[in-house]
Design a protein around this ligand. Structure first.
Ligand code: ADP
Ligand code: MN
Ligand code: MN
Ligand code: MN
Ligand code: MN
Length: 368
């Protein structure tokens, strides 16, 4: 097997040396705050750290900060200061103690949202729809790669055996780099992310974790920080995470970000009627949704939503109970109980959850 860890500079560093310094006492009034944001690609994550001289209790106490937007595909060099507005705060599982992770959204020199700040519009929709109590649970699929860009653990020249034994697999010949998955799970719990589970996926070296249910805007804040934690944990192992929705061509499953959705009425007795109404509204806005479900307005999902490998075709809308080849699936349990939630299976793994949640709420709750 080609772990190719010998090619990974980060892996080669001796982590016990770092421990000597991380265990140094930290002055009580000095807190490391790592500000996290989405760059101009709409899928890349950036982060930088500053010292605060107080222990923040809420996001409102955190200073606005800035960065060089010309180095993140977000502005011209001549007018490059881009603002970071703190929106959510989590415990930092790497630095521990009072140290914090700060999710931010980004604003241009004139305080207008940057092109890839999809949180602003999402927050507006969530505020309007707040009384309907929209809940989201996103299943984040991802693929681990080695430093040469090959799925982690795959033979350098050749392929693993065909798909079948790997989904929820156990054993050294079924799953690769479970260490990353376990570390990430605990890191999310420590941070305060509402992570609800994890499983090995159908393609070897492909995994999933779920975040939710989260109400309103929190689904975006939490999923982005969970993605940050995943990249950051994998960095320590010398493994690369890709959210590409179809990392391997051929008879290999792609990666999605199924979005499970409900409103208060859907969760109550006979909520199935409301779920069916929602599906009817979604059926009339298929193209609008496909455009919001990956960062390239459907181009990325074209490679994934082929109608094969447990997907629907990108060209048509469909819905069904327990149907994994439909755009929308009503989970069997919800159909039986006549209430619960629906699963939109279309979002790509590299979608912006703010865009996904935004368009679902606008179509279903706000009738836009
Ligand atoms: P699947 O069976 O499609 O693999 P998972 O168990 O991976 O589903 O994920 C289901 C997701 O749905 C979880 O994130 C869970 O928190 C979320 N969820 C459960 N109930 C609701 C609900 N009422 N509204 C929205 N999301 C929900
Ligand atoms: Mn500088
Ligand atoms: Mn799942
Ligand atoms: Mn899955
Ligand atoms: Mn699913």
């Amino acid at each position: 097997m080609s772990g190719i860890l010998e090619n990974s500079p980060n892996y080669k560093l001796n982590k016990t040396v770092l421990d000597k310094f991380l265990s140094l006492p930290q002055p009580e009034n000095k807190v490391q705050a790592t500000y996290i944001w989405i760059d101009g690609t709409g899928e890349g994550i950036r982060a930088k750290t500053r010292t605060l001289d107080f222990v923040p209790k809420s996001v409102s106490e955190l200073p606005i900060w800035n960065y060089d937007g010309s180095s993140t595909y977000q502005s011209e060099g001549s007018n490059s200061d881009t603002y970071l507005y703190p929106v959510a705060m989590y415990n930092d599982p790497f630095q521990r103690g009072n140290n914090k992770l700060i999710m931010c959204d980004t604003y241009k020199y004139n305080h207008q949202p940057t092109e890839t700040n999809h949180r602003a519009a999402c927050l507006e929709a969530m505020t309007k729809a707040a009384a309907q109590k929209p809940w989201f649970g996103i299943e984040q699929e991802y693929t681990l790669l080695d430093m040469e860009g090959r799925p982690f653990g795959w033979p350098r020249n050749g392929f693993p055996g065909p798909q079948g034994p790997y989904y929820c697999g156990v054993g050294a010949n079924k799953v690769y780099a479970r260490d990353v998955v376990e570390a990430h799970y605990r890191a999310c719990l420590y941070a305060g992310i509402n992570i609800s589970g994890t499983n090995a996926e159908v393609m070897p070296s492909q995994w999933e974790f779920q975040v939710g249910p989260c109400e309103g805007i929190e689904i975006g804040d939490q999923l982005w920080v969970a993605r940050y934690l995943l990249h950051r944990v994998a960095e320590e192992f010398g493994v690369v995470v890709t959210l590409d929705p179809k990392p391997m061509e051929g008879d290999w499953n792609g990666a999605g970000a199924h979005c499970n959705f409900s409103t208060k009425t859907m969760r109550e007795e006979n909520g199935i009627i409301e779920i069916e109404k929602a599906i009817d509204k979604l059926s009339k806005q298929h193209i609008r949704h496909i455009k919001a479900y990956d960062p390239k307005e459907g181009k990325d999902n074209e490679r994934r939503l082929t109608g094969k490998h447990e997907t629907s075709t990108i060209h048509d809308f469909s819905a069904g109970v327990a149907n994994r080849t439909a755009s929308i699936r009503i989970p069997r349990g919800c159909a039986e109980e006549k209430k619960g939630y629906l699963e939109d299976r279309r979002p790509a793994s590299n979608c912006d959850p703010y865009s996904v949640a935004n368009v679902i709420v606008r179509t279903v709750c706000l009738n836009e």
